[in-house]
Write a protein that binds this ligand. Structure first.
Ligand SMILES: Cc1cc2nc3c(=O)[nH]c(=O)nc-3n(C[C@H](O)[C@H](O)[C@H](O)COP(=O)(O)OP(=O)(O)OC[C@H]3O[C@@H](n4cnc5c(N)ncnc54)[C@H](O)[C@@H]3O)c2cc1C
Length: 231
C-alpha cells in the first residue's frame, strides 16, 4: 500500500543541463522493489490532504535497508519537471507517495535472463535493478542494451560498468564513439542471443522508443515483455 511521506533533499548532482540527480531522505521510509516509482509534489501535504499536482519518477536506487535514502533523476521537460529542477535546493522539503508500479523482477532461477532495453533517462528504473542485483550477487542475470544520442548522455557510468562486459551493449546514435555501437538497437542484437523460455524483456524510455522496441521484440517471438511507460 503506497504511503505519503515528507522528504528532505540531502544532495543534488547536476548531471547535464536540465538533468539533476536528487538524494531524498523520507521521514517515513517504506519498503519498495527495484524498478518501482514514486509520485513527487513540491508541496508539503499529509495523507489526509487533497493530493496536489505531482509527477511520477522512477526510484533510481535500491537498498535492502528500508531506512536508506532514495535517488531520483529528473529531466526538465515540460512545466512541472522544470519547476522541480529550478526550485529544489539541498534542505528543501517535498512530499512523495510511494511505491507504485510493476516494472519489477520475476523470481530468478539460475537460467533467468533479464534483458533490459532502454534509451536516455529511461535508464532510471534499471539503476535500481542494478543496485538490487548487485546486492544479491546476481548481476550476471542482467543484459543491458542502453541507447543514448551522444556519449555525454550516458548516465551513471560507474554503476553501468558493474555489468559484465559481455552483457553490456552501448549504442550511441548521433556520434561515432569508440567502445559502442553507432546505431540504434536492432533485431540482430537480440535474436539468437536470448532464448524465449528464460528471457524477460524490460523496456524503458520515451513512448516512441518503447513502441519501437516492443514491436521488434514481439516480432522476434519473445513473449515476456515488461514496459515502463512514461506517457
Ligand atoms: C512510471 C513513470 C516513471 C517516470 N520516471 C521518470 C524519471 O525517472 N525521470 C524523469 O525525468 N521523468 C520520469 N517520468 C516522466 C515524468 O513523470 C513527467 O511526465 C515528465 O517529467 C514531464 O512532466 P512535465 O511536468 O515536465 O511535463 P508536462 O508539462 O506535464 O508536459 C508533458 C509533456 O507534454 C509536453 N508539453 C507540455 N506542454 C506542451 C504544449 N503546450 N504543447 C505541446 N506539448 C507540450 C512536454 O514536452 C512533455 O513532453 C516518469 C513517468 C512515469 C509515468
Amino acid at each position: 500500500m503506497p504511503i505519503v511521506s515528507q522528504c528532505t533533499v540531502i544532495h543534488i548532482q547536476d548531471l547535464k543541463e536540465g538533468l539533476k540527480k536528487y538524494t531524498l531522505r523520507p521521514e517515513r521510509p517504506t519498503f519498495y522493489e527495484a524498478g518501482q516509482y514514486l509520485q513527487l509534489t513540491l508541496e508539503k501535504v499529509s495523507a489526509s490532504d487533497y493530493w496536489p499536482i505531482s509527477r511520477p519518477f522512477s526510484i533510481a536506487s535500491y537498498s535492502k535497508d528500508k531506512k536508506s535514502d532514495l535517488e531520483i533523476i529528473v529531466k526538465s521537460k515540460g512545466g512541472y519537471s522544470s519547476l522541480i529542477n529550478t526550485e529544489l535546493r539541498v534542505g528543501s522539503e517535498l512530499t512523495i507517495k510511494y511505491p507504485y508500479g510493476d516494472f519489477i523482477l520475476p523470481e530468478l532461477d539460475e537460467h533467468t535472463k533479464i534483458v533490459a532495453l532502454c534509451s536516455g533517462v529511461g535508464i532510471t528504473p534499471l539503476l535500481a535493478i542494478i543496485d538490487y542485483l548487485s546486492s544479491i550477487d546476481a548481476l550476471a542475470h542482467l543484459h543491458l542494451h542502453y541507447s543514448v544520442k551522444t556519449m555525454s548522455d550516458l548516465l551513471e557510468a560507474k554503476r553501468i560498468n558493474l555489468i559484465d562486459k559481455d552483457h553490456l551493449h552501448l549504442y550511441v546514435t548521433r556520434e561515432v564513439s569508440e567502445g559502442s555501437i553507432n546505431r540504434r538497437i536492432e533485431s540482430v542484437d537480440l535474436e539468437e542471443r536470448y532464448d524465449n523460455k528464460e528471457s524477460y524483456f524490460y523496456i524503458s524510455g520515451s513512448n516512441e522508443f518503447i513502441a519501437d522496441m516492443k514491436t521488434m521484440v514481439e516480432s522476434l517471438g519473445y513473449d515476456k515483455i515488461i514496459v515502463d511507460s512514461w506517457s
